[in-house]
Each structure stands twice: as C-alpha cells, then as structure tokens.
Design a binder for this molecule. Sequence first.
Ligand SMILES: NC(=O)c1ccc[n+]([C@@H]2O[C@H](COP(=O)([O-])OP(=O)(O)OC[C@H]3O[C@@H](n4cnc5c(N)ncnc54)[C@H](O)[C@@H]3O)[C@@H](O)[C@H]2O)c1
Ligand SMILES: [Zn+2]
Ligand SMILES: [Zn+2]
Length: 680
Amino acid sequence: MQSQNTIADLKKTNGQVIRCKAAIAWEPKKPLDVTEIEVQPPKAGEVRLKIFSNALCHTDIYTLDGHDPEGLFPCILGHEATGIVESIGEGVTSVEVGDIVIPCYTPECKERSCVFCSSEKTNLCPKIRATQGKGVMPDGTSRFSKDGKTIYHFMGCSSFSEYTVVAEISCAKINPTADVNKVCVLGCGIATGWGAATNNCKVEPNTSVVVFGLGAVGLAVVQAAKENGARYIVGVDIQRSKFELAKKLGCDECVNPLELKDQSVKDYLLSKEKWGYHYTFDCTGNVKVMRDALELAHRGYGESCVVGVAAAGQEIATRPFQLVTGRNWKGTAFGGWKSRTEVPQLVNKVLRGETTLDPYITHVIKGIDKVNESIDALHSGDCIRAVVVINERETVKAPQLSVYANMRSYGGYVKRLKHWSNTTQCEMSFSIYLPEPAKRGAPLPPVLYFLGGLTCTDENALIKSGFAQFAAKYGIAVVFPDTSPRGVDIEGQDDTFSFGSGAGFYVDATTDKWKKHYNMYSYVTKELPELVHSVFPVDGTKIGITGHSMGGHGALSLFFKNPGMYKSVSAFAPIANPTQTPWGQVAFNGYLGGVEAGKAYDATELVKSYEGPKVPILIDQGTGDKWYNDELKGETFAEACDQAKYPLEFRFQTGYDHGYFFVTTFLEDHFKWHAKQLGL
Ligand SMILES: NC(=O)c1ccc[n+]([C@@H]2O[C@H](COP(=O)([O-])OP(=O)(O)OC[C@H]3O[C@@H](n4cnc5c(N)ncnc54)[C@H](O)[C@@H]3O)[C@@H](O)[C@H]2O)c1
Ligand SMILES: [Zn+2]
Ligand SMILES: [Zn+2]
C-alpha cells in the first residue's frame, strides 16, 4: 500500500507506463485474477487516476456472471470509486494533478451543442457512448494490457485497479475533504436510488411508495422517498435480512413475497391501497417484478420506475390497458444525475451532514488482493456495499458539520448548523439561507454575510429581519454567523451585554484571557467562508457583507481590512468609530489590551488609509436611535469618507430607532444595493 499522494509524488510517474495491480476478469463466472498489468499514460482528453477505493455494484457481478450481452472479456470491472488525478492528457482543463474525483460511467460533456447536456430533462450524454460500450477509450484503443495482451475497459471506469484511465468528461471533481472510502458509493448505486426518487420520479409529500429489492439501490430509493416526504413506504424483498435497515431508512412496512401464503404480493399490496401507489420502483432487475411494479402504480397517475438491469434478452410486458388507465412506465440511468455537475453536490450534501452513507457500507476490505472477498460478501445476503480500499489515503480533516434544522422559506431553505471551529476552539453555530435555483444548472447564487449586533446569536436577524423574501427575490444566499464564541468558560464573559458573550466585536483577541477563543475576525473572514463556499451551492467569488450595530461595525471594518474580498457592503446603524465610544473602548481594552490597537478595526480609521477597490457603501441610520450620539457616530465616519473621497450613501431615517422595525423597513433597499454590486 502506498500512502504518498502529494503532487510531487504523483508527478513522478507522469508520461510513463505504470505497472500496477489490477483485478482482471478473464472470462465469465470465474473469480477475479489480481495480477500486475501495464497502464498507459492518458491521451488527449483523458485522465489517469490512482484509485483509492471501489465498492462492488450488482452490475459488476451481472457482467461477471455473463448476463451482459455486451460484456467483453478480459476486462477490469469496477465503477463505484474514488481516486486522485495522477496525470492528465493533452487539452484537459477541468481537473489537475492532485484533484479528488469520482469517475462516472455516465459522462457529461457540457457542450452547448450536446442536446442531452443542454437539456434539463436528461443526463444521458452520448459523447463517448459508442466506444465506452466497446470497452475502449474514445480513440478506439485500450490503455490496459497484460504481457502484451489487451485488456478491455468497463463502463468507462475500470476502477478495480490501482491505476485507471478515464475520459475527462467522466471525472466528477469532488470536495477534497470527503471520506474517499465512503463517497465512492455515489459513483453508482446510492446516487442512482436517490435520483430515481428525486429526478426521474419526483416523490412528493404525502404520497405512497413501493420499492421492490432492498439492496443498496432500493434502500437509497427508500431513504430519498422518506426525505422527500412520502407518507407510506413499503419495501419488498425475498430476503428478510434486508428489512431492519430498510425500516431504519424509511420503510413503514416490509414484505417478503415468499412468506405470503395464499396471496400474491400484488394482491396483498392492493389490499392496503385500493387504487395503487403513487410511485413504485423495481430495484431487482427481474422483469416479472417490473410488471407487478407497474400494475401496482396508482390508477390515473401513478408512476413506475425501472431501476434494475434485466438479464440479456429479457422483455417486459403488461396489458396496454394498464397504461391507458393512467399508469406511467419510466426508467432511470444513474438516477438522472448530470454527473460532473451534480455528483460533487451529492458529496457536499453528505459533508453538510444532511444525509448519510454510513448504513450502506457494511463491509470494508483492505487491499486489492482481497477483491474476491467483496464478491463473496455481496452474494452473502448481509452485505449492502463492500468497499475495497485499494490505495490508502492519509486522513484528511473533514468539516464535521451538523445540520440541526432545515426549513423551507420563500421557495428556498433555511439551514441551521453547528460545527467545531479551530479558530475559536469551540463549537460554533451559524445559519444559511439558500434561494431556490431558477432552474437546473443555473449559476450559483452570490453570498451575503449578515453580521449580528450586541447580544445577538445567528438567530436574531434570521427570524426578525424578514430577509428571506428579498434573498429569494434577488437570488442571494445569506449567511448569519454567531457574534461570539459560546460554551467556553472565561471569567466575566457574561457580566455585561456589550462585552464577552454575544459581543465578540469581530476582532482577533491578543490578551491572554481572550485570545484562545475570541477570534471572530478570522472566523468570519476565513474559516467560515472557506467552509460555506466548499460545501454549499454558492458562488464564493461573489460575496457581500452587511450588519446591524456591532455587526455594522463588523461589516465596515472587515470590508476595509480585506480589499477586494467583499464585492458589496452596507450597514444598519453601525458602531462606526468604536475607538471613540464606550462600548468600543471596553472591547478593545479587553480583547486587544488597549484602544490604540483597536484602530486596526475601526472603520473611521481604516477608510483613511484604504487603497482597495472603492465599492460604494450604503448606511441607514435612524434619527430616533438612542445610541446614536454616544456609541455609533455615523457622521464621524461619513466625514472620514468625505476626506478620503470614498463613495458613501449615508441616509438618516427620520424617527426610526435602533431595533429590527428599523432594519426590516430598509432591508429591501440593502438587498437591491447588494444585488447591483454583485452583478445580479
Ligand atoms: N439503472 C441504473 O442506473 C442502475 C444503477 C445501479 C444498479 N442498477 C441495478 O439495480 C439493481 C439493484 O442493484 P443493487 O446493487 O441494489 O443489487 P442487490 O443485489 O444488492 O439488491 C437486489 C435486491 O433485490 C432482491 N430481490 C431479488 N429478486 C427479488 C424479487 N423477485 N422480489 C423482491 N426482491 C428481490 C434481492 O434479495 C436483493 O436484496 C440491479 O439490477 C443493478 O444492476 C441499475
Ligand atoms: Zn453500478
Ligand atoms: Zn453531452
């Protein structure tokens, strides 16, 4: 086993033929032969991968058992894998050496001229289909050989090998912090099940579902149907051993047709739902089951999806009356996912803690030498997925996020999360709003950071500002960070509302007492955006910042301290000159050991020497705000902007106080402002 995966190590073999181990299927129905092969360097438009792990899918076995009429031998099986890019061929631009990828048997060329890639309705890119089906690369030749004898590729992946060569358009580049020994299952089975219930059939809330076959694919259908809000889910399998997990993932009931006495499974299921089920899925590959599934679909509008792959020469049948009376028969390949675009998003969904792959991985087998054990495992009945670890990868620190609330709002989602922060050395909370994409494949939304004021958590602006209607309208994602570390034990942290808990002032503390935890500046400008931009579907190159009161101070000071980072900026009643006001002075004395050091975080001071892009600033300030004269001092900042010829629109709003009734009144103006600056 090798554990070196640095770029320099990977590059050592670039351009050379690699001799490595692979599992060859010489002929049907024989165990795989783990032996040394030669792997040629990638040609134009190709990528050579060093494989980390591969999970065995039923389709591999089906080919190995000789049921695939197009199955070519000798070949290297495997198509549920993760790997790292070892080298790239001429003209490859979408991945580079060191990228972590999932090779996908359904490619995505993304070309405008591809009628399939440019349609929202399908994922079936035909670009390399002809050669992939013939077991060769797009130029008609193979990159594998054994002692001069050509070995065929399989499904465009052939990942039961230490190294493989795939087309660039088959490489889904994923988040490098993902656990490669788990997310490999998104290369086929689990992604297929999730997509069958989400893309091909759009399982809706309050519907009934039947899933035939509770292997990895069927279980993934169950899990996704449950997540999509199905009311009643029945699982059917001839192995009772599958039922426990099926119930855990969402089945309300499981049935074994072999245990029903005088009744067919179809009659039994119809006795429960008179007119049939809204969605039915075949995940067995048995054509008789496919017929039952279709005939169990709801009269009038039920949909039945063929997921299983039937043996060679098999045909499906039903009476046309079944379709005339409104049942829809459909099928799926790879769950309808557009591979390069959407597989990375599925990986991120797992990283965000919104779903889990853990239940599927029942066996982990170390070393390609033991590859036949995975076949035995899959045949044994107690295996869902057996992952074979082919090359070990050093442990990579993943962001341990957990989503503890997920709510729809104005068509998008509000998600509330917790995660361990290295910067503040404690668990931090934040919330995010993701607007609904205009359509599949639409550009990702920019992100607005909304910083809270004194005493706030990530929740105040989230629930009081009424932001979601505007975020949805203008297509902007919004992140609400907390305002200080929480759950730490520092003497005096809770003595006053304007210092300590709920009052981190967006600085990196330097005094002994506070410096371990109170690093909200680095947290909000580095750790949090890195995390958010890597695991959420947002455009991390387009970010804006706003805030209220202490958060307004945060927005202005973070903007000036990071020229070019924020493309838009605004504030509500900001603490605009904190070195000259009591709250600011207490904070800077406490966190930084003196007011002088606070100048590095004071917007009025910072604007004087700022040399970055002059992004115009919008500030609203109520004239009825009781804190204005002593603590906020917007006019002092406005004067400094005048002197520095910095573009500022400072608006006094007559009679408004410091609270959220003031913020909500002018919030849409701020969203409009940010939308314009962010190029929407
Ligand atoms: N369409 C696609 O893109 C796609 C992708 C991946 C897998 N597949 C296919 O999906 C199917 C399922 O894959 P898997 O990896 O979950 O396989 P699996 O072997 O792990 O699971 C199949 C399950 O079906 C059950 N079963 C078999 N016959 C049955 C019957 N008559 N009635 C009820 N249950 C029965 C088995 O007991 C088993 O639990 C396979 O045919 C596979 O080739 C299709
Ligand atoms: Zn598969
Ligand atoms: Zn295409």
